[in-house]
Design a protein around this ligand. Structure first.
Ligand SMILES: *Cc1c(COP(=O)(O)O)cnc(C)c1O
Length: 352
């Protein structure tokens, strides 16, 4: 296999357990959106459950249904929250998927689909991000409508949630206050919630006061730290994905690697990022559509292993460093590694 993304499910499971212990007694929802940030939604979903996770989060209903079809039973909650225009909810209700609800239109469609059993819903309040979620003005109306449907056993109101911007501590503090107000308003309307959740990786890791009943984490579970100047190791986390390949040609000290921007290698990597060959870092000279050139390779031969990013065990940079040096998030680097690149799942880093 010339190129592959090695996914260390044991490292992922250790990350999940570690993060669960950090946010405890709050629950941890492992967020597997965008095909688990490129790591594979089914494989990592099963590994998360193996590590004790009782909540999985995905954006779309199709991914939620794939997880159920892979055998994850309804004792594990799977939540979806991003819908297509005209989305149908029958299959989701049937498969015991928890559904985020931002508008009365969504609520109506979900209630209409809930024929055999009440749909489990989480009402979303906007607390400043302005991406979606009910505004403070619309909130009482949404709560009352949900209460009516609950009385008719069309829905079961499980949660209240929002998404923190995590851009500044002060903004998050204001968002938490708005969130608590929304809980109070609902309480006065006779609606209570089992699960209150708002924080993702950054705020959830550092701030106890934002954890409430559950924290939703994506980035940190992949061993990608979201804080400036902090390594995964310092946070007790391990990078899960290692991208490796083999040298396909060498000429005049320049080596070719059969991965390019079609595979998700950032074009901005040229002149900025390094890869590791024979335990030593060498600079990427250029990135083409399906291959890239590496400098400083006089000692390299065709067939040599090349590690692009990973844990650092072979001398390579981490995803975090790739993100920092190309001015993006490590999350983006792993998510963009295309499906052209085979994923190989291992349960022991030594197998790499
Ligand atoms: C993506 C997402 C998360 C996880 O975010 P990370 O920063 O990767 O931990 C949490 N909640 C919602 C609603 C999301 O869309």
């Amino acid at each position: 296999m010339a190129s592959e993304a090695i996914i260390d499910l044991a490292a992922f499971a250790r990350n999940v357990r570690h993060l669960r212990s950090i946010v405890s007694p709050s629950e941890l929802m492992v967020v597997l959106k965008a095909n688990a940030y490129g790591h594979g939604v089914v494989e990592t979903g099963q590994a998360a459950v193996g590590a004790g996770s009782r909540w999985l989060g995905v954006l779309d209903i199709d991914s939620a249904l794939r997880l159920r079809a892979a055998g994850i039973d309804p004792s594990v909650r799977i939540m979806a929250w991003q819908y297509l225009p005209g989305q149908r909810f029958e299959d989701a209700v049937q498969a015991h998927i928890d559904l985020g609800v931002s508008t009365i239109a969504e609520l109506d469609a979900i209630a209409a689909a809930a024929v055999l059993r009440p749909a489990r819903i989480h009402l979303k309040i906007d607390t400043g991000l302005m991406r979606n979620g009910a505004t403070a003005d619309d909130w009482p109306g949404l709560v009352e409508a949900a209460r009516e449907y609950q009385a008719q056993q069309r829905v079961s109101i499980v949660g209240i949630w929002t998404h923190l911007a995590e851009a500044s501590e002060d903004d998050d503090t204001v968002a938490v206050q708005r969130f608590v107000q929304a809980v109070d308003v609902a309480g006065r309307l006779g609606v209570t919630f089992e699960v209150r959740h708002l924080a993702a990786s950054s705020a959830g890791f550092r701030r106890e006061d934002v954890r409430f009943d559950m924290v939703r984490m994506g980035g940190h579970t992949w061993g990608i730290p979201s804080f400036d100047g902090t390594s995964a190791q310092e946070m007790g986390l391990e990078p899960v994905m290692t991208l490796r390949s083999e040298i396909t040609a060498v000429r005049d000290g320049v080596a070719e690697v059969p991965l390019g921007y079609a595979d998700g290698i950032p074009g901005r990597a040229a002149g900025v990022l390094d890869v590791a060959i024979r335990g030593r870092r060498r600079r990427i000279r250029s990135v083409g559509i399906d291959s890239m050139l590496i400098e400083d390779c006089a000692d390299v031969v065709v067939g040599d292993d090349v590690t692009l990013f990973g844990t650092g065990a072979a001398g390579e940079q981490t995803v975090r460093e790739w993100g920092d040096l190309t001015h993006t998030l490590g999350d983006e680097i792993v998510t963009r590694i295309s499906t052209r690149v085979v994923r190989r799942y291992v349960s022991d880093a030594s197998a790499t």
